[in-house]
Design a protein around this ligand. Structure first.
Ligand code: 13P
Ligand code: SF4
Length: 365
């Protein structure tokens, strides 16, 4: 049985935010350079404020690989991001995810047994090891990154998917892309691949729901995964803003559907969306299709621009939202007592193979 942490979580929920903020600040100061807090752009504001460094998935992966002096990396993001940080950080560093329930529903849509099954099924028709490059979106579990590492494949993020796809095609003629069909389709489309050469693999159907001819003709085999947040944004929302606000520019994340992305002026990762709107002239008008916390932050930061949330309903990454002030306070105050709660440790063999796939990505972008 594991001992309970010296600082309990539940009583922290009785405290008001200013008290928690003061305790977090004090713990952070005491830990000094021993502790680094990384924050993804979707993180709720009150937590994001405490991040030492912020970014999209690619930037945060790079930061984790740069071996800061920190003994502890507290990752305010979701589980797959903390796994990547563990894989790319030094052996003497410990990555902590403040709430282990902060997962990614899209990452859960592809698992190793199903991907191995798909690989075996495809292998009955063609030699996968010479004809298909497996490519996983970074929003996936470490064992799937390891699968890509073991089978000559790589990883991509929303900011580099087109470049990594090009690399994948330089290796083999076809790509098996998982778990996000939309990022795969949008990126393939932008590289000029016709829609009929991008087929959907439905893991619950025999042969993925595809005929032998469809597989033979396909350039990209897209896994049937999606983000439940980004698929809430609809093409009609872009039409509506264009009618109502003359001169508005629409910018969306590539996890949105192709139909919406085709109507947008720009696509980008969270960091790229943020940079483009920040660098736009005062008075410019924007409708942004990505998670609400990021859009609200940009609105507040740039009152000289007209910034709208593209969707009429709330689109929130509810799993990332689980990381709150009590959890941040809890992990920090336990560290002060040399107790590590919620460490993320990818098993060594899996980590080595996943690292190979991640390094292939980092070497092309
Ligand atoms: P970014 O890499 O663009 O930050 O995207 C991560 C993500 O999960 C978007 O839903
Ligand atoms: Fe996963 Fe979607 Fe949340 Fe991104 S926004 S972490 S893809 S559930």
């Amino acid at each position: 049985m594991t001992a309970s942490p010296p600082v309990a979580l539940d009583p922290l929920y009785q405290l008001a935010d200013p008290v928690l903020e003061a305790r977090i600040q004090a713990a952070k100061e005491s830990l000094g350079e021993r502790c680094l807090i990384l924050g993804h752009h979707y993180q709720r504001e009150e937590v994001y404020r405490f991040a030492d460094l912020t970014g999209d998935s690619l930037k945060l992966s790079r930061l984790a690989s740069q071996r800061s002096k920190a003994q502890y990396i507290i990752f305010c993001g979701v589980h797959f991001m903390a796994e990547v940080a563990d894989i790319l950080s030094g052996p003497e560093q410990t990555v902590i995810l403040p709430d282990l329930a902060a997962g990614c529903s899209m990452a859960d849509m592809a698992d190793l047994p199903n991907v191995e099954q798909a690989w075996r099924t495809l292998g009955k028709q063609l030699d996968c090891e010479t004809r298909i490059t497996p490519l996983t979106y970074v929003n996936s579990t470490a064992d799937l990154k390891a699968f890509c590492g073991d089978h000559g494949g790589s990883v991509c993020t929303s900011s580099n998917a087109e470049k990594v796809l090009q690399w994948a095609f330089s290796q083999r003629e076809k790509v098996l892309f998982f778990p996000d069909q939309h990022l795969g389709r949008n990126s393939g489309f932008r590289l000029g691949i016709p829609l009929e050469e991008m087929v959907l693999w439905q893991p619950t159907l025999p042969n993925g729901g595809l005929s032998a001819e469809q597989i033979e003709r396909a350039r990209i085999i897209l896994w049937e995964g999606f983000c439940s947040v980004h698929t809430l944004f609809q093409p009609a929302h872009a039409d509506l803003f264009r009618q109502r606000v003359p001169g508005i520019q629409v910018i969306v994340h590539p996890e949105c559907t192709l139909e919406l992305c085709q109507k947008a002026d720009f696509l980008g990762s969270t960091e790229q969306i943020q940079d483009r709107v920040r660098n736009a002239p005062a008075g410019s008008k924007w409708a942004i299709g990505t998670e609400l916390n990021l859009v609200n932050r940009l609105k507040k930061e740039m009152p000289d621009k007209e910034i709208h949330f593209l969707c009429p309903i709330v689109c929130l990454c509810s799993t990332m939202f689980r990381i709150d002030l009590p959890h941040l306070c809890w992990v920090l105050e336990n560290l002060l007592q040399d107790y590590v709660v919620n460490p993320i440790r990818v098993p060594p063999r899996e980590a080595a193979a996943a690292k190979m796939a991640l390094e292939r990505m980092l070497s092309v972008v």
